[in-house]
Design a binder for this molecule. Sequence first.
Ligand code: C5P
Length: 315
Amino acid sequence: MQSYSLLAPAKINLYLEIIGDRPDGYHELAMILQSIALADRIDLRANGTDQIRVHCDDPQVPADDSNLAYRAAALMATQFPDAYNRYGGVDITLHKHIPMGAGLAGGSTDAAAVLVGVDLLWKLGLTQTEIQELAAQLGSDIPFCVTGGTAIATGRGEKLAPLPSLDRLHAVLAKYHSIGVSTAWAYKTYRQQFHDSYVTDPSTLLDRSRRVHARAIVEAIMQHDNHCIGQLLHNDLERVVFPAYPSVAHLKQTLMQFYPLGVMMSGSGSTVFALVETAEQAYHLQQQLRQAISDPDLGIWTTQLIAHGVQLMHS
Ligand code: C5P
């Protein structure tokens, strides 16, 4: 039976600005998304039955139809019934390395890998754009996970424009294992608390100072100005996550004491990342953080920024 192994990289948010409400109930966003080397491995195998089955090496990950990886395969079966009938069901095995509830798109990138893998398994020959259109039906950041790299994301997060690669930079990620933040909770709380600041008239958008801030970090990325990039990192969701989870705010303060290029919470948290210029600096910062906070509940990873999303490892 044919099988494929894919690499599904995590992402961090270098910039996340909440602009306002959308008629579909989501938020209009302006983000800069960045792939990192920390990745899950996804194995896909035609199983000769009519079933989609998910297996995972982490017992905390649900292996039922609530898993985004399952839903990605089910979407492919609905969209391409002839291929599904011809090639049959799929066994999906998730080898998890990306923490959950972390703001690193762990579930989203697994789903992106399943879309890419099922396209190969069923010999559909879809274009990247077609795969991204399917991805947008499953979740806001899944289209980015397909192509990855460095990109501006607008709309719900699904409208993408590539930026020059930052793959020479490194990052230290820190997350308390016991603290996971629900993305839906973070956006709902933000709406409750900061709705008054939402932009309702799109013509005023360009006048707002924070949009200038967004343009400034895009400019810094274009110029490969690492110090500017570090200073211009931004995430509106820190305003709701930090008061609710003071230890995450403290984590950011602690990392800042060691003067990396910049420190920011990723997505809806609870991961906080610090950007540095070399692998040695990342390793050193990891040691410094471990000494400053010796709590065994704190997970610390070093990783590199990368220029790609889902990748085929071997078939
Ligand atoms: O699209 P996704 O399912 O990943 O989003 C998770 C939740 O985050 C949504 O249910 C919604 O509450 C919130 N969200 C939002 N606006 C966005 C993206 C996500 O309000 N642009």
